[in-house]
Design a protein around this ligand. Sequence first.
Ligand code: SIN
Length: 330
Amino acid sequence: MVRKVTLALASLALAAAFTSSSVMAKQVVIKFSHVVAENTPKGQMANKFKELVAEKLADKVVVEVYPNSQLFGDNKVLEAMLLGDVQMAAPALSKFERYTKAVQLYDLPFLFKDMAAVDKFQSSEEGQNMLSSMKKKGLIGLGYLHNGLKQLSSSQPLRVPADANGLKFRIMASDVLAAQFQAVNAVPLKKPFSEVFTLLQTKAIDGQENTWSNIYSKKFYEVQPYITESNHGLLDYMVVTSAEFWMDLDDGLRSEIKALLDESIAFGNQVALKKSEEDKQKIIESKRSEILTLTPEERAQWVEVMKPVWKEFEDEVGKDLIDAAYNSNM
Ligand code: SIN
């Protein structure tokens, strides 16, 4: 009798262990890797996604967020995604050059006058088609996420293009951004985001371009005495996943995850708008960096010198796409 009860209990324990391990085995793990701080639009969007998934899909999916280049730097994350080591990321659009030439569009200087124009273009057919432009390479764009317009920070005051002559600027891995700095006779250096602060602090470079929230959260303003409010370019992201991972999900679950991701992106875009103003203000209040406002004449000089870059990349990007993006300003 005792033996029978023991056997029954043992098989019950075995069944429970089997059930829980099969549930565990079914749980989808989404590693979300990014390079920025948690108090940025992307950092907050990723954390929101994690929270929403934990709230609504806890038994089926878990999101792990790795900020500050903890898991992968921006030069490795897409390769890692194709190898299945990370399932989601939101690299800056400038970092997709190796996978699609069309996305270089977003780096063209002075293309968008404000974020409303960016929204208008991205929700158009052309903008939406770009999300699937890397499918053959194994990557699927799930949506755009904003940060904002970029400013120029430097060790010297930059009012007109001639002030940048001979200075070394860190750029993201983008040939368009290289051409943009070459147009003002500066020296562009492609470096990962994780190295920028040290490069500035040690004066290995003279300047960089970035948004208010990145300049603030990564403390670039503490080691750059001048920031020119140029709004000359866009820093925007594409939330991406690997086609293999995404298409392997059950249809229903894929739609549920996508809905939560869309909600997180909408939240991140609101944070981006708010932070752009707030973080600029915090930098002003810190008095660590002087903010230079350009006169219309000074700004016109930057536009005149940098805008020929559009023509240089017209064949690779496509004139129709450039026209469509430019028309979103109207
Ligand atoms: C980011 O916002 O993801 C990084 C931007 C940069 O590399 O400058």
